[in-house]
Design a protein. Structure first.
Length: 225
C-alpha cells in the first residue's frame, strides 16, 4: 500500500492548521528533548528545523537561547503559524527534499516527527543531504517512533530495517514510515553520523483529537569530525 504523496501530505497539514498544535503541541517529552538539545549548542549557532510545523517548541527554544534559526516546511498554513509564533526566526515554504542547504555550515538540524511520510529512498537522500549541510561535529536531533514498541497488527509492510504502519492521526488514517534500531544505525552510517543517545517516551494525545498512542523515539546523532 503506497504512502501519501508529498502533495497529499501538504494538503493534509494545510487542512489541519492549528489543530495539530492542539493535539501535539503540549508534549512534555518533546519539549524536554528540544530544550536539552538546544542547551548542547555553542553560542549563536545556526539551527535548521526541517518540517518545522508551527515553529514550536524548536524555533521558540532556539531563538530564546540566542541562536540563528531557519525553519522549513511544505505547508503554507504551518509556516504562517510559525511566523506568528516565533517572530525572531526565519521561515521558508519549501519541501525538505527540494531544499538546497549550504555545505558544512549548519551547526544543528532538527527533524522532529518530520519524516514519517517519506519513502525509504527519500529518507536515505535526506540523511545524505543533512550530512552534507552540517559542519563536522554538528548535531542531528530526530523525533520519530520506535518500531520495536509498535504492535504487530499495525504494520502494513516491514523488513529488518524499516516498514510502514497504519495509524489514526487527527481523525485521518495515515501511513507512517518507521525504522528499527538496525535501520537507524544504517541511516547513521549513510549520513556519516554516530548515534550518541536514544530514548523512547510514550505519548498519548488528548482523547478528543482522534489520534493513536505513539511510542516516540528521540535520537541524538553527531556528524563525524
Amino acid at each position: 500500500m503506497p504512502q501519501e504523496s508529498s502533495k497529499e501530505v501538504e494538503g493534509l497539514y494545510n487542512e489541519l492548521g492549528t489543530g495539530y498544535e492542539d493535539a501535539f503541541g503540549q508534549n512534555p517529552a518533546q519539549i524536554r528533548f528540544v530544550r536539552s538539545a538546544v542547551g548542547q549548542l555553542s553560542a549563536a549557532s545556526f539551527v535548521l528545523d526541517i518540517g518545522c510545523g508551527t515553529g514550536k517548541p524548536t524555533g521558540s527554544e532556539a531563538v530564546e537561547a540566542g541562536h540563528k534559526f531557519l525553519g522549513i516546511d511544505s505547508s503554507t498554513t504551518m509556516i504562517d503559524a510559525a511566523k506568528q509564533n516565533v517572530p525572531g526566526a526565519y521561515f521558508e515554504v519549501i519541501d525538505m527534499l527540494d531544499y538546497g542547504g549550504p555545505s558544512n555550515q549548519v551547526d544543528a538540524i532538527f527533524a522532529i516527527f518530520a519524516t514519517f511520510t517519506l519513502s525509504h529512498a527519500e529518507t536515505m537522500k535526506l540523511v545524505q543531504n543533512i550530512g552534507a549541510w552540517l559542519k563536522p561535529g554538528g548535531f542531528l536531533f530526530v523525533g520519530s517512533m520506535s518500531a520495536e514498541a509498535l504492535d504487530d497488527a499495525e504494520w502494513t509492510s516491514r523488513d529488518t530495517e524499516t516498514g510502514v504502519v497504519k495509524r489514526w492521526f487527527l481523525g485521518n488514517q495515515v501511513e507512517s514510515r518507521v525504522y528499527t534500531e538496525k535501520g537507524w544505525q544504517h541511516l547513521a552510517e549513510v549520513g556519516g553520523f554516530e548515534i550518541v543517545a536514544s530514548k523512547v517516551e510514550p505519548f498519548t494525545p488528548p482523547t478528543d483529537q482522534k489520534s493513536d498512542h505513539e511510542p516516540h523515539l528521540y535520537l541524538t546523532l553527531r556528524k563525524s569530525v
